[in-house]
Design a protein around this ligand. Structure first.
Ligand code: F0G
Length: 463
């Protein structure tokens, strides 16, 4: 290609205004929200990077698909469109729609796990872990050692530890009804898993006759990293790479709110006939009939089109580059981030950036508040407010204090990213002024969603 600028591969047909606010307005908004970004009205946020889940923009083809939605209770045409799209990518036999990813998890684990079981995974996402534990089973994270070192550069930090996996299967085969691999590894920094790793994990699992499932939320982003970084894949299309990834597994859970490019939806897909039957029975209890599974016909259409669009090269090139573009600017400015940048998000290492705030005063939470106060940016803390409270009521600092900036798909442009970088560089410049916070009131479970906090000295960051 003669030109190097990677442009947004779309033009904009409908726009949604975002509202500028003053620092004073944001200070007031923070006070009203109890210094908890989850409790802010979205209208008061300028750039919302809380999550990349369900927050993307749909294409004109997806909106057109929604008008074609067939709302028949059973056997809707939209279901077959959906099923064909899923099967073209995954090749899996049974396709079960669900209202989002965690419903697929609940149905799969509800049909497969018993108390005392163990589920190995590179790293479980929170809802996956919660659904495993709800069945009385243990969610065991076994990423490669490199995956636990934020500053270390490695092409496939999302890989599962194959030696550890085999050891577990040798010692505890009877307690392991399935193994999972999360692509990309969200909780581990949005890092990809290599084809070689998926292939080898599949070979090990099948030697012990254990099914391997993908948590496939960001399968297309993972496929793009394989194309960029793994030998032998540079000339393959993202679709061919995704098809090969799925060819090694026996099933998958999926949140279509990520690489389905939809605002809601998900699915469970698998080959085992008996297990699929059990899952469908489970599905009817809470989600709906197996040809709609908690979704409207128009949602099924939007996902079917989204699954075709998400593997387009121009889209993936722009997607991965826009995250890396921010990562490069932060790295050049010496802001510590999880390296290399992930597929859907940048993770700032707040413990390294704000050494003057002890973990007991929640440095990552404080940093996320400062980004909002100074620039109207909403991010999410992945640190001790989220993970610090133990089931016995005691407090234990989290392993890392991260601030995640997750990019909604096809929503923001390069100038938004330039603005983000400018705010982050400014906050880095005044970081010594940022103070810690303490919790004023909180629930005993999932406290980060509703807790109220306060700056330790009354002022978060002097202007
Ligand atoms: N698995 C992974 C790897 C995820 O990142 C998520 C959601 C889920 C499963 C659950 O899917 O939300 O459709 O029920 N992650 C979002 C996030 C919420 O912000 O990272 P869901």
């Amino acid at each position: 290609m003669k030109f190097e600028t990677i442009i947004e591969p779309f033009r904009i047909k409908a726009v949604e205004p975002i509202r500028m606010t003053t620092r004073e307005q944001r200070q007031n908004a923070l006070e009203k929200a109890g210094y908890n970004l989850f409790l802010l009205p979205a209208e008061d946020v300028l750039i919302d990077l809380l999550t990349d889940s369900g927050t993307g923009a749909m294409s004109s083809a997806q909106w057109a698909g929604m008008m074609r939605g067939d709302e028949s209770y059973a056997g809707a045409r939209s279901f077959y469109e959906f099923k064909n799209a899923v099967q073209q990518i995954t090749g899996l036999e049974h396709v079960i729609p669900t209202h989002q990813g965690r419903a697929a998890e609940r149905i799969l684990f509800g049909s497969l796990l018993s108390p005392g079981d163990i589920v190995p995974n590179n790293t479980h996402f929170d809802t996956t872990r919660a659904n495993v534990e709800y069945r009385g089973a243990t969610a065991l994270d076994i990423p490669i050692a490199e995956g636990r070192k934020p500053a270390l550069i490695h092409p496939f930090k999302g890989n599962i530890d194959l030696e550890e996996l085999e050891k577990l299967l040798v010692q505890q085969r009877e307690h392991i009804p399935l193994v999972m691999i999360t692509v990309t590894n969200n909780s581990g920094g949005g890092q990809p898993v290599s084809m070689a790793n998926i292939r080898a994990a599949s070979e090990i699992c099948h030697r012990y006759d254990v099914p391997l499932f993908l948590d496939a939320c960001r399968f297309a982003e993972n496929a793009w990293f394989i194309k960029l970084r793994e030998e032998g894949y540079e000339h393959k299309t993202p679709l061919e790479i995704a098809q090969e990834m799925f060819s090694y597994v026996d099933g998958c859970t999926m949140s279509a709110k990520k690489d389905g490019l939809a605002n809601i939806g998900g699915f469970l897909a698998l080959n085992d006939d008996a297990l699929a039957q059990k899952c469908k029975t489970n599905l009817i209890l809470t989600e709906g009939f197996p040809t709609y599974g908690g979704l409207a016909g128009y949602d099924l259409e939007a996902i079917a089109v989204g699954l075709h669009e998400v593997v387009e090269e121009d889209y993936l090139r722009y997607r991965i580059r826009s995250v890396a573009y921010l990562g490069d600017k932060l790295t050049q400015a010496g802001i510590p981030i999880v390296q290399p940048p992930g597929g859907h998000a940048i993770y700032i290492d707040a413990l390294t950036m704000l050494p003057h705030i002890p973990q007991s005063e929640y440095p990552a939470w404080s940093l996320s508040l400062a980004l909002y106060l100074e620039g109207g940016i909403r991010s999410v803390e992945i640190g001790s407010v989220m993970f610090g409270l133990q089931t016995d009521g005691s407090e234990k600092p989290a392993a890392m204090e991260l601030v995640r900036l997750a990019f909604p798909r096809r929503v923001y442009t390069q100038s938004h990213v330039d603005y983000l970088a400018e705010v982050l560089l400014y906050v880095n410049h005044i970081k010594d002024r940022i103070r810690g916070v303490h919790i004023v009131e909180a629930l005993p479970v999932l406290r980060h969603f509703s807790a109220r906090l306060e700056p330790v000295n009354g002022i978060l960051c002097a202007s």
